[in-house]
Structures are given as structure tokens and as C-alpha cells.
Design a protein around this ligand. Sequence first.
Ligand code: ADP
Ligand code: ASP
Ligand code: MG
Length: 464
Amino acid sequence: MKFGGTSVGTGENIRQVSGIVSQYSKEYRVTVVVSALAGVTNKLLEVACQAKKGDEKLVKNFTGELLQKHKEAVVSAIVSDPLQKEVNQIIEKIVAELEKVLTGICYVGELTAKSKDYVVSFGERLSAPIVWGAIQDRNLETQCFTGKEVGIVTDSNFGEADPLMNFTMHLVHEKLCPLLEKGVIPVVTGFIAANQDGVVTTVGRGGSDYTATILGVALKADEVWIWTDVDGIMTTDPKIVSTAKLLPQLSYQEAAEMAIFGAKAMHPRALGPVSKENIPVRIRNSFHQENQGTLITKEPVADTKKIVKAVAIIKDVAMLNVNGAAMVGAPGSYAKVFEVLGRNNINVMMISTAASEANISMIIKRGMLSRAISNLEIALLEKEGLVNEITAEDDVVVIAVMGAHMKGTLGLASKIFDIAAKKGINIRMIAQSSSELNISFVVKEKDGTEVVRAIHEEFSLSKA
Ligand code: ADP
Ligand code: ASP
Ligand code: MG
């Protein structure tokens, strides 16, 4: 069971989480994965960037507030006095360590990907002991671990690390199975792991989902449950369309198409490990346990047969255009562009090229944009002369329309683009994968929610 940031957002919510764990542990063996308290990861990243500028006072204020926030959560999450004291001591120690790290960044004036991972790891390191305390408070046997302690070993791609799956499976199995057999409930920090040298890594934003599925596979779990603040995966973000409908069942492939396109309901790579092993995943609402949520399996039984099932908006992206007459008819020229991006750990989320071959448009994470432009410029504009212009737009979003029955349905793309045209919205880029499960296009950020609402409406996604 993985509990997301809002599910552990306050002390009361953590108490509720321990209730859920207690209830299900009567029937099942449960391993718990926790995210940081809502908002804490963002704040840690923000302060780490400011610390680089040497603002020591800001660091002190921040760590003070962070300690306060977590201590407040302890008060309502845990009833027993001695337990409260024990957890508070753990938290104080961790915050003191964080203060040292941030002060160090102030002095060095440098924030590497490695130190950034170390800083953000504190969010989960602080939430897990409180959840552990709240479970213990209900007289259950429980033990708290970081991802590193439990044996999740990754490569050294800081910020987006990937597990070395065979090694991890062996270590996690060895560590947790004997405890589960004894009836102990392990509480594990999501999101954070370590490379082979023991240096802390993170598996990407929203990565606690990924931690949960990695552990699910290592423990040969019957199911992985992702507890969150919505009823499950919906036809679109319920924050954009309030009548969005729950999708009771999805295949791994459909859910992956939605998640990859950052519907935020799940980490993009989280379904990889479980789909190979055929372990079902349930997305459930920790505030409405009575609901069954979304069940993700290989072949859903109750399929709606709807052509379009859902529409997602992916924010925080940028469009990068590489133009060069020298690329036309030159085998290997695209490879050179992607090689430069790959070498610099820049993930390309979407690609589109013209048959003229003189232009490639790509979507990447917005935060990677300056790194991408500068590296492409050095490697291709200056050295090779392959490219004569690199341009970018950082005020765009991707709209992804998806559904398993879109495959082979004629006229769908024209219908979608017609909807945008009727609203006077200009489409900047288009891509459809050969899987035909997904049509994605790029519009200006200011038009994003309007086009999502229009597509949701036109395809009657609010209706069964
Ligand atoms: P958690 O903290 O539990 O990991 P996230 O914030 O990562 O939760 O993801 C849940 C949020 O994802 C929801 O609150 C919702 O606003 C958003 N979301 C976006 N698209 C969808 C969708 N299609 N279905 C459900 N939730 C979605
Ligand atoms: N706390 C991390 C994040 O905000 C991981 C997660 O919540 O899944 O990205
Ligand atoms: Mg999440």
C-alpha cells in the first residue's frame, strides 16, 4: 500500500492511514510505502535552489518551519506520549541533518543533481517515522526503513534513477520477507533509493508509486494499492472537469499511456515492473474507502468499449525545434540530435518530424530546456554545422487523448483537431504512436484547460 502526499498531508490524515493499514493487516500481509507530506518535496527543491545563493537565514527559517509542521502532525497522528516523544526525537535529528546539508550548499554555492537528490530525500525521511509511529500506536508490530535500507539499488542517474531490478529484488526479498512472515508491517520511504556506492538517489517526481510497484514485484505481492486523494483514474483531471468520471478498469497499456503523459495520477514508469509480473494495481481514495477505485490489469473484464476513454493535460513541458537544411537526406542526422540529448540525460517525451526532414520538434521537461539548447548548440550548431537553428517554446502543454478502441477508428484525429479549431485554438505539434492508443498534440498553455474541457464534452466522457 502506497500513500501519496495528500493522504499523509496532516496528522489527522496520517491517523486515518494507520487505520486503513490496521484494518487490512487483519486479513493481509501489508507493506506500506509513504510519500512526503503534501507540498514538502516542492518546498525542499525551492529552498535548495535558494540556498545556492548563500541565504543562510532562509535555511534556518525553513528548517524551523519544517520541524514545526512535522511535530504538529505527530500530535494528531499519535496518541501515546512516549511514542510521540520517540518520533519527535527522530524527526529533530533528521531536520538537524538537513540544516547542515542546506548550510553546506550555502557555503559551497553549488547544487549538483546529486546533492539535490540528497536534499529532497528528507521529505520522505520525515514522513515515514510519523506513519510508523501512528501504526505502532495501534498496537501493531512495525518497522521503518528508507528505500536504501530496504535494498532498492539504482543507477546513478540522479533525479530520474532506475532500479537495478535483479539486485534490488534479491535484497528487498531478503530484508522484508522474514519480517512479513513474523507479522511485522514494514513502512518504507517512497521515492528515494541509493546507487551501488550507497549514495542517495531519487526515482523521479511522483516516484513513490514506482517504489511501491518495485517492492510489489520483489515481494511477489498479490496486489499493489495506490491510495490517493481522488477516487481512481478518471476520464480527466477532476480539478479541470468536475464531472470527470471514474474509470473502474484499465489495462496496463492504457494506464501507462495516461501516466506517461503525466496525468499525474501515477509515476510514468511505475507500471513497468508490475505489468511484467501481472500484478494487479488498484488506485483508491484514502478519504473514501467505500469506493473500489480503478483496477489495472492485463485484460480488464468490464471494458466500456468507448473509443476515447480519457484526456490528459501534461504541464511543465517545453517544445524544442531543431532546424537544419543539412539534415535533409543525411542518414544518421536525427540520431546525432538524440545522441546529444541522451548523453545529457534529457528525456524526449514526444517527437514529430516533417517529411521534408529539415525540422524535428520535440517535447521535453521544461526544467531541461536550457540544458538541451546549450548542449545541442555546442555539439551540432558549432561543431558539425548540421543544424542552423534551434528554437524553443516554454509556454506549451501536451494534450493526450487516449483509449484502447481508438485503434483503426477512422476520422478520430480530424474530429479532435476540429474541436480545437472551433475554439480558435492553434495546434503547435502533433504525434500519434503506431500503437494508436493515444493521439497527442501541443497547444499554448493558456489554451490547455479549455481544449481539455471541450474534448471531454464532445466525446461525452462524463456519461457512462
Ligand atoms: P499523490 O500525492 O497521492 O501521489 P498526485 O497529486 O500525484 O497524488 O496525483 C493525484 C492527482 O492527480 C489528483 O488529485 C488529480 O488532480 C490529478 N489527476 C490528473 N489527471 C487525473 C486523472 N485522469 N485521474 C485522476 N487524477 C488525475
Ligand atoms: N514526494 C515525491 C514527489 O513529490 C514523491 C511522491 O510523492 O511520489 O515527487
Ligand atoms: Mg503522486
